[in-house]
Design a protein around this ligand. Structure first.
Ligand code: AMP
Length: 287
């Protein structure tokens, strides 16, 4: 049974989501950019390109088995979805922001009866109820940050990443409602029907993410220094040590290390007399 997968068709989450699928070996063919849906060439997977905000509803309805979208959109949808993994991109937070000149510094300062413009009416309603404030919500589909200037609202609830858009519009962040990043979601009904296939897709995506963060390091090191080398290269279960034909003083070591540790490891190995140090990128890492 084919696994039906949805990725955002445009916007902030599209590029990286497609990159993760391609790197996972899900072959979308040449034409994917111009199609609404493609069948992967080598796997029993159908990939649909949908609006990020529509993806939760399609998953909940069982029309899609796995979807990549923002946690903010999944939460706003109100559907009971199952998060399979975080994807470590699309980081942002949903926050309440008020005009700098309003003097509002925290949630408690917001007067009852305030007008709040947002494209997240459900999360906004829930948040103000939780802090015991009675506000009126004005649902908009974008450009929340100009609403106070237009007199449409007193405050806004919107996504913030760096905060520069808020600053540009002389708005100050007052209160955070939730943190968000892109994630993979499914439903209980899809897991029941296609659990193993869904798990395989997610494992594949995770192996790509794990590999992006690591390098494969190879070096010839003096046999007498192996103890110290093993401390420098903890690797996954320690480095692999191989004999070098015709050389009984040196051995070859291979190890997988974190990209951030490469600089120090190479310098430390050089100091121990290592030769022929190579680092390579890895496509997949399944631990
Ligand atoms: P789109 O409107 O299609 O560009 O996608 C918006 C989604 O991207 C949001 O729902 C968030 O999950 C995510 N996102 C990440 N950073 C930001 C940001 N700074 N502003 C808005 N959305 C963001």
């Amino acid at each position: 049974m084919a696994v039906k997968m949805a990725v955002p068709n445009k916007g902030r989450l599209n590029e990286r989501a497609v990159e993760l699928l391609l790197k996972s070996g899900i072959d979308l063919g040449e034409e994917w950019g111009r199609k609404l849906y493609v069948t992967a060439m080598e796997q029993d997977i159908e990939v649909m390109f949908l609006r990020a905000q529509d993806i939760p509803a399609f998953i909940a309805a069982g029309a899609i088995d796995i979807g990549i979208t923002g946690e903010d959109l999944a939460a706003e949808s109100g559907y009971k979805l199952k998060k399979l993994t975080d994807l470590e991109f699309g980081y942002c937070r949903l926050s309440v922001a008020a005009p700098e000149a309003s003097g509002i510094k925290k949630g408690e300062d917001i007067p009852n009866g305030s007008k709040v413009a947002t494209s997240f009416p459900n999360l906004t309603k829930k948040f103000f109820k939780s802090i015991g404030k009675d506000v009126s919500i004005i649902e908009i589909s974008g450009a929340a940050e100009i609403m106070p200037h237009l007199g449409v609202s007193d405050i806004i609830v919107d996504l913030v990443a760096s905060g520069s858009t808020l600053k540009m519009n002389r708005l100050a962040e007052v209160s955070k409602i939730m943190d968000s990043q892109a994630a993979v979601f499914t439903s209980d009904q899809s897991m029941k029907k296609k659990g193993p296939e869904i798990t395989d897709v997610v494992a594949s995506i995770k192996s790509v993410m794990a590999a992006e963060d690591r390098k494969y390091l190879m070096a010839d090191v003096p046999k007498s220094k192996l103890g110290e080398v093993e401390k420098i290269l903890p690797g996954i279960g320690g480095p692999t040590v191989l004999n070098i034909a015709g050389n009984d003083k040196m051995v070859a070591v291979h190890a997988v290390i974190r990209s951030k540790d490469v600089y120090k490891a190479v310098n430390d190995l050089k100091r121990l007399g290592a030769k022929g140090i190579l680092t390579l990128s890895i496509d997949r890492l399944v631990e």
